[in-house]
Design a protein around this ligand. Structure first.
Ligand code: AFD
Ligand code: MN
Ligand code: MN
Length: 424
């Protein structure tokens, strides 16, 4: 199914007047409204190929129907999202869940729909049918060199696919670790992973980046060999200038100060990318901004401050991606909510009065510092997000349009009720 700009313009019609009033009012209060809209228009968030179906848990899965079963359909779904919000023009592929059989054709198919290929993701946390060695006891950390080599080869193959598709980065998330004390020699595990990553790193094309994603637990419950940002940072530093740490919001123990992590990684020029989601307990992979919107704002506040300090391009210099799972919501509606939440936090962070905050911090005026931050956080920036979408030909209210045009119903008609997406 494809949506046209005309479909969307028709849906916008009813709301144009009210939106115009809201935007004008906002602009009369905030002189930088125009500059923020321009930045939002440039900001794009990649959608992972594994988030387009209902994820489920190990207890069950409740598919909603019309899920994309082939890669082309996944790209079509992302194009639907992007036609609605104009802020999600990239796909992040998981290999081998989404092997492009004819990369050339897939690349031009995506390009026709305005979709590009963001970071590639390898998978050594599952055994694939026909695979020679098992990853039950880890992949790059494994005690057996043959297993390690198999994992290295897989990652290099992922890079090759990515090259053919026009991607320029690989995210390595390892589930390597141990479930019980005594199972693993931490030092040997670390150095095996490091030498594996070095081999993968040396296969990177010149303009590529490698992102080392960390996670504290699950599927291993005692130790994880890339368990936190310190370990990821250590690997990234030892690997070289093309290696960076990737922050997945769900991969922290409760109450971790993620904004501080972001700030220091940026200072060290080692922050490479983001996986957005939200959580109450652990790696819940819930809709971005659904549980802790203030934390998301504080993270964006550090991102904007830190990127500006390094004169980085907000839209291009970090890899922005959603990494969520949808148990009860329509995946596409969930993704629209997530992208909107990201843009809202970004816009609020752009609203922060940096000079006054700097002064207040300098004077140790704690109350004023909080007032400055919270006055940005408490501002309703939705007219800016809507204006950015409108100017790019998108919907003023993407979810309303999604429902009004009965997108899910159409997808079920086309693909069937039992169509199931590949992936977890
Ligand atoms: C994991 C990680 C990682 C991985 C994904 C697979 O967040 O990004 O690629 O889930 O579904 O928890
Ligand atoms: Mn992730
Ligand atoms: Mn995760």
């Amino acid at each position: 199914m494809r949506l046209t700009t005309t479909d969307i313009l028709e849906c916008n019609e009813d709301q144009l007047k009210q939106h115009g009033r809201a935007f004008d009012f906002f602009s009369s209060l905030h002189l930088n409204a125009e500059a923020i809209v321009e930045k939002i228009m440039l900001f794009q968030v990649a959608i992972p190929s594994w988030a387009l179906g209902n994820g489920g848990t190990r207890f069950g899965r409740f598919p909603g129907g019309g899920e994309p079963s082939r890669l082309e359909q996944k790209i079509e779904d992302i194009a639907l999202l992007n036609t609605l919000n104009r802020s999600s023009n990239a796909i992040s592929l998981h290999i081998p869940w989404d092997i492009p059989e004819r990369p050339d054709e897939i690349k031009s198919f995506a390009a026709e729909l305005g979709i590009r290929f963001d970071a590639m993701n390898s998978n050594t946390f599952q055994d694939q049918p026909g695979q020679e060695f098992s990853y039950k006891y880890g992949s790059l950390q494994h005690t057996d060199k043959a297993v390690r080599n198999q994992a290295i080869e897989h990652n290099i193959e992922v890079i090759r696919y990515g090259q053919e598709l026009g991607s320029d980065s690989i995210t390595v998330w390892l589930s390597d670790g141990s479930c019980f004390p005594g199972q693993l020699n931490f030092r040997k595990a670390f150095s095996n992973v490091l030498s594996g990553l070095k081999e993968i790193y040396s296969a990177l094309p010149p303009d590529w980046k490698m992102f080392v994603e960390y996670k504290p637990y699950e599927p291993n419950f005692y130790s994880t060999t890339v368990g936190d940002w310190g370990q990821s940072f250590l690997y990234a530093n030892k690997l070289g200038p093309k290696a960076y740490t990737l922050v997945d919001l769900g991969h922290h123990l409760p109450n971790t100060n993620i904004e501080q992590i972001v700030s220091l990684l940026l200072m060290e020029r080692k922050l490479g990318g983001f996986h957005f989601n939200d959580s109450k307990y652990g790696d819940d992979d819930l809709t971005v901004g659904s549980i802790k919107p203030y934390q998301l704002f504080l993270i964006f506040n550090e991102l904007v401050e830190g990127m500006d300090a390094q004169k980085m391009d907000h839209a291009k210099d970090l890899a922005w991606m959603i990494d969520a799972s949808h148990n009860v919501k329509d995946p596409l509606e969930d993704l629209l909510q997530s992208v909107e939440a990201i843009l809202i936090s970004y816009a609020q962070a752009l609203l922060v009065d940096r000079r006054s905050l700097d002064e207040a911090q300098q004077e140790n005026d704690v109350v004023r510092s909080q007032e400055i931050l919270q006055s940005a956080f408490r501002t309703d920036v939705r007219p800016l997000i809507a204006e950015a979408s409108l100017r790019a030909g998108g919907a003023l209210k993407p979810i309303d349009v999604f429902r009004k045009l009965k997108v899910r119903e159409q997808l079920i008609k086309e693909r069937g009720r039992v169509s199931v997406a590949s992936g977890l």
